[in-house]
Design a protein around this ligand. Structure first.
Ligand SMILES: *Cc1c(COP(=O)(O)O)cnc(C)c1O
Length: 414
């Protein structure tokens, strides 16, 4: 009786699989799995439960996942050179909530990046932080809008005595001032949390700041943006044993029970890919972003942060108000096979979120498909033809993309 409905879904899944391999995906929070990381997701682990820690589970039958999870944790600690790792949060937001629930109490002051300053919804009133306190204060920004103003932030910290500050964001072009804020946080016993959701793979590859070494207490992150993994979350830290024990209950039972074992085994494979290829991948990703920024800028696009070389991450921000704004430009590009998202730019009012001046571009996925500087120039030429010259480039985009179907920086075929 439901046969038609099921085949309808199956047809749509096939369509999605095919369509996305024909497009240029520049959504900065997405990436692709290698075949080997993807294949293990259909395994029996997709059915199973494992609550607690390896060797201390609440159910029987977990010996094999215990083995995989223990090894994964050991290798993550060596990759990030840190004392503690929690691999159980099932997304970056859940990792944030696990930590925020432990450190933020009613009435506490918390400092975060504002939405136009690039901050993530989980840091804000309507998201996770807002569940614990309403005293949320934004970091003041420097004139360029893409950096925190450290001096004014220190003044605010002295005036307001926050309990927690949360660095890291979603529009994330440059490193955060972790080192600069470390001493005031130490002096005033403020917990510094670094949300590295976007940049975890760049950190793993040693091509971005190293927040724990610079003085952050904790890193929370997603494992699927610049990192090679399945969609999950992670917590990393160097705090002492007692402090870590306090945090430990945040992920389980605080914010999840089972932690989706099929995607955990996939993350384990992705972690070996990161260990082997992460450095070169992160280097190429950042080089590609900077090259795309420069090329678009030279074509006349208002690529932001030109005075700082456009970016030090996988992302770019472009002001597209002359093309109808972020919403219209993003839709128009999508109709030409180029997928990205509209984005508020620094200092824009919040009521512009549904048609902000900006778009955000991320080159991490196209880099994983093997693209380099020469390909960035071709992508820039599609932007020019499409937005400046008003041509349809959908067929050209599709034709170009057929040359980049294999996931690089992986052990596929090996
Ligand atoms: C993407 C993102 C997250 C978490 O995203 P999930 O989809 O829950 O993994 C958290 N913080 C920031 C800054 C992000 O950009």
């Amino acid at each position: 009786m439901y046969e038609r409905n099921i085949t309808h879904i199956e047809r749509h899944v096939k369509k999605q699989n095919h369509w996305r391999l024909c497009t240029l995906n520049l959504i900065a929070s997405e990436n692709v799995l290698s075949d080997r990381a993807r294949e293990v997701m259909g395994s029996d682990f997709i059915h199973r439960y494992a609550e607690g820690h390896p060797g201390e589970r609440y159910y029987q039958g977990t010996e094999i996942i215990d083995e995989i999870e223990s090894r994964l944790k050991k290798h993550l600690k060596s990759l990030f050179n840190c004392r503690h790792v929690d691999v159980r949060p099932i997304s970056g937001t859940i990792a944030n909530d696990a930590i925020f629930s432990r450190y933020i109490g009613a009435g506490d002051v918390v400092m975060v990046n504002s939405t136009p300053g690039g901050g993530h919804i989980s840091h804000h009133r309507v998201g996770s932080v807002g569940k614990y306190t309403s005293n949320i204060v934004n970091f003041p920004l420097s004139k360029d809008g893409f950096h925190i103003d450290v001096e004014r932030t220190c003044d605010l910290i002295r005036a307001l005595s926050p309990r927690v500050i949360i660095l890291g964001k979603s529009l994330f072009l440059f490193p955060e001032p972790v080192e600069e804020l470390e001493s005031i946080c130490r002096e005033k016993k403020i917990i510094m949390i670094y949300d590295g959701a976007h940049v975890l793979g760049l950190i793993a590859g040693g091509q971005f700041q190293n927040p724990l070494k610079e003085g952050a207490h904790l890193i929370t992150a997603s494992t699927h943006k610049t990192y090679f993994g399945s969609q999950r979350g992670i917590i990393l830290s160097d705090v002492g044993e007692n402090e870590w024990r306090k945090i430990d209950k945040g992920a389980f039972p605080g914010s999840s029970s089972n932690h989706h074992l099929d995607t955990l085994v996939s993350l384990a494979i992705a972690t070996y890919e990161m260990m082997e290829f992460g450095r070169e991948y992160a280097r190429q990703t950042i080089a590609n972003a900077r090259h795309l920024g420069k090329t678009l800028y030279n074509m006349g696009f208002k690529v932001q942060a030109e005075e700082f070389g456009f970016t030090e991450s996988h992302q770019l921000a472009v002001n597209v108000s002359e093309f109808g704004g972020g919403d219209e430009a993003a839709r128009h590009l999508k109709d030409n096979g180029i997928i990205l998202n509209m984005n508020l730019l620094p200092f824009e009012p919040l009521d512009k979120v549904s048609n902000p001046a900006g778009v955000r571009l991320g080159v991490q996925e196209m880099t994983r498909f093997g693209m380099k500087e020469a390909e960035m120039e071709i992508i820039a030429s599609f932007f020019k033809k499409c937005l400046i010259e008003g041509q349809y480039v959908g067929d050209e985009v599709e034709e170009f993309r057929t040359g980049y179907q294999k996931v690089h920086y992986s052990f596929d075929g090996g």
